[in-house]
Design a protein around this ligand. Structure first.
Ligand SMILES: Nc1ncnc2c1ncn2[C@@H]1O[C@H](COP(=O)(O)OP(=O)(O)OP(=O)(O)O)[C@@H](O)[C@H]1O
Length: 328
């Protein structure tokens, strides 16, 4: 059963269509929802939580109808909102216990679950300090803890890496991966950074202007490319010249040679060249595309069908559009 399924979901505000006939279904796992600022990500989450009725269309979350079963959806789903929503003068423990009580847990269970959850997100030592003195990364972890405290089957994380430095972003991405892999909780995580979702997601949905651009397993975006990376211990240029003389298209890139694959014989030529020249081969591997290359390549990118007319081409992003610069 899909964890989320929408059919023709449309949301019109007075001046803007935030979602435009969106039909998509995703299976359990860690699912990325990527789009530029204003693409409609937060609007979709609010509709899926049953908090905002769509203009038209239908959707289910965990098999529950958003129009009729919003309360049951919110019982089974955790939500980490994008914007700051934390009281500064209470501790993380007080806040997360309060949120657990709001979800219906009895007092003792609420305290135990809050302590467990704060430990999981790496805030155990700091849990009695007032939230007002926390760093941005710590506040993001409190927001994550309150989304997990009632043991949901699915969590919606709206831009959880916002405002974090590279180290904080890496830690948050690791936490998200653990939520999916170790706790078995499905995740819908939004970001405007393509690269960072590739690291943690099983599946990525891309929307632009409220329309679906693509919905695919991560591997489908990162299909193998037509080039080999070759590394030898001392002798990069000698081997490069040798392969060139054999008619192989090759160019240097850092310590490596990047070789176009022109059939099985390319592998044989590299093997023979390395042997004939008496070099030591360290690696020879086929490169995989990164998700962002799908967009750098434009509408006829390497991983699939052309984007629909009018779609943002993130290879030529405008400020605020889908960005490719996620650190790895
Ligand atoms: N309550 C509202 N009233 C009017 N317009 C709205 C409302 N909520 C959202 N919008 C508009 O709908 C569009 C989609 O907004 P949404 O917040 O869903 O985008 P987003 O992809 O989450 O972007 P961001 O990452 O910037 O939050 C935007 O143009 C936004 O201005």
């Amino acid at each position: 059963m899909p964890i989320i399924a929408t059919q023709g979901l449309t949301m019109r505000f007075a001046r803007v269509t935030a979602l435009d006939d969106l039909s998509v279904a995703v299976e359990p796992g860690v699912v990325g929802l990527v789009g530029a600022n204003g693409a409609g990500k937060s609007t979709l989450i609010k509709i899926l939580l049953g908090l905002l009725p769509p203009t038209s269309g239908t959707a289910t979350v965990l098999g529950l109808d958003i129009a009729r079963e919003g309360l049951r959806i919110r019982e089974s789903v955790g939500f980490m909102p994008e914007y700051e929503c934390l009281p500064p003068d209470v501790s993380a423990t007080e806040f997360v216990v309060h949120m657990a009580r709001m979800c219906g847990l009895p007092p003792t269970a609420a305290r135990e679950r809050a302590a467990d959850t704060l430990r999981h997100v790496g805030l155990y030592e700091e849990r009695y300090r007032p939230i007002g003195g926390y760093s941005t990364g710590m506040r993001q972890r409190v927001k994550l803890a309150q989304a997990l405290v009632h043991d949901p089957k699915l969590v919606f994380l709206d831009e959880p890496t916002n405002g974090l430095d590279p180290a904080g972003r890496d830690e948050m991405l690791d936490l998200i991966r653990r939520i999916g892999a170790e706790f078995g909780i499905s995740v819908l995580v939004t970001s405007h950074l393509l690269g960072e979702l590739e690291r943690v997601c099983d599946h990525v949905v891309i929307i632009d202007g409220g329309k679906l651009l693509r919905s695919q397993a991560v591997e489908a975006y990162t299909t193998e490319s037509g080039v080999l990376t070759v590394e030898v211990d001392d002798g990069r240029d000698t081997l490069g010249q040798h392969l060139h003389d054999q008619g192989v298209t090759v160019h240097p890139e850092g310590r490596f040679l990047v070789v176009d694959i022109a059939g099985e014989q390319t592998y044989d030529l590299i093997r023979d060249g390395v042997a004939d020249l008496g070099l030591r081969l360290i690696r020879m591997e086929q490169r995989r595309h990164h998700i962002e290359e799908v967009f750098q390549a434009g509408p006829a990118g390497p991983a699939g069908p052309p984007a629909p007319a009018g779609a943002v081409q993130p290879g030529a992003v405008q400020p605020g559009a889908v960005q490719q610069g996620a650190p790895r």
